[in-house]
Write a protein that binds this ligand. Structure first.
Ligand code: IPD
Ligand code: CA
Ligand code: CA
Ligand code: CA
Length: 264
């Protein structure tokens, strides 16, 4: 890693750990909870404060960098030139509110649209998933192994039950046969953690119909570094400035899911 990226990495890790402490400190406090686009789309004062914490630090230390953040305190971006921090201060806000676990801080750092650094921090378990393009991926400093192929019948796939019931985004009959064929399904309610779990082999695939850039920016870097495949549900590259369906899987399994279930 050259000096420029070493410096960015050092600050990013420091701020992520500090943000984790700040989040834990709020566990005893009363949250202010509001809804955004719907009754299930929640935001708290902590989501906002943590995003602002990152942005203040980035603007002070790297004034030329830009920020895309879920809660809207960053820049309004229409292109990805230069260095862009893509931040989800709390991914899994509903879990944060109801469970005080199963949420993560997600930070992806891109240069001219290319993912350079990715961090997913599971605050409660103190697990930091980290990847640097070309250097590999790590969990608390221990290298993650390259992903090996697996069969559908031996795989655990993460997906929300919504996608096999009547919904606006996909015919319920498309993924139902996959659910029957796999060894097991899971749903954790944090896209970032689910991508980190694919990268670390805890899951074999993750499928969802609607994510924003801050949900997957860090996970994309992480999964790529261990040889996993990330596309939308039609096999196309993800758009880093818009919403996407997302299929994350081990090599081979990704092809099989696309060919046997989605494109059949
Ligand atoms: C959400 C979580 C969830 C996913 C939603 C996301 P948030 O992020 O990642 O698992 O299904 O689409 O919006 O709002 O908790 O940051
Ligand atoms: Ca949200
Ligand atoms: Ca999110
Ligand atoms: Ca969030």
């Amino acid at each position: 890693m050259n000096e420029k990226w070493k410096k960015i990495d050092q600050y990013a890790q420091q701020w992520i750990k500090e943000a984790g402490i700040r989040i834990k400190d709020t566990f005893q406090q009363q949250l202010t909870i509001q809804t955004k686009s719907s009754r299930t789309d929640l935001v708290t004062n902590v989501d906002r404060e943590i995003e602002q914490f990152f942005i203040e630090n980035i603007r002070k230390t790297f004034p030329q960098h830009r920020v895309l953040g879920e809660e809207g305190f960053g820049d309004c971006l229409t292109a990805l030139e230069g260095v862009v921090w893509i931040i989800d201060p709390i991914d899994g806000t509903m879990n944060f509110i109801h469970q005080q676990r199963n949420f993560a801080i997600s930070v992806g750092i891109y240069e001219d649209g290319v993912g350079m650094l990715g961090y997913i921090y599971d605050v409660v378990h103190d697990e930091l998933y980290y990847a640097h393009k070309g250097t590999g991926a790590f969990l608390n400093g221990i290298p993650l192994s390259p992903l090996a192929a697996t069969s559908i019948s031996e795989s655990i796939v993460s997906l929300n039950a919504t996608w096999v019931t009547k919904n606006k985004r996909i015919d319920a009959n498309v993924l139902a046969p996959l659910v029957k064929d796999v060894r097991g399904t899971r749903s954790y309610g944090s896209a970032a953690l689910e991508m980190a779990y694919v990268a670390s082999g805890r899951l074999d695939a993750y499928i969802t119909m609607r994510l924003s850039p801050w949900d997957f920016a860090a996970g994309l870097v992480l999964v790529h570094e261990v040889g996993g495949i990330v596309t939308n549900l039609y096999g196309e590259p993800l758009n880093l400035l818009g919403e996407n369906s997302v299929l994350v899987a081990k090599p081979g399994l990704h092809e099989e899911i696309l060919n046997k279930y989605v494109r059949k």
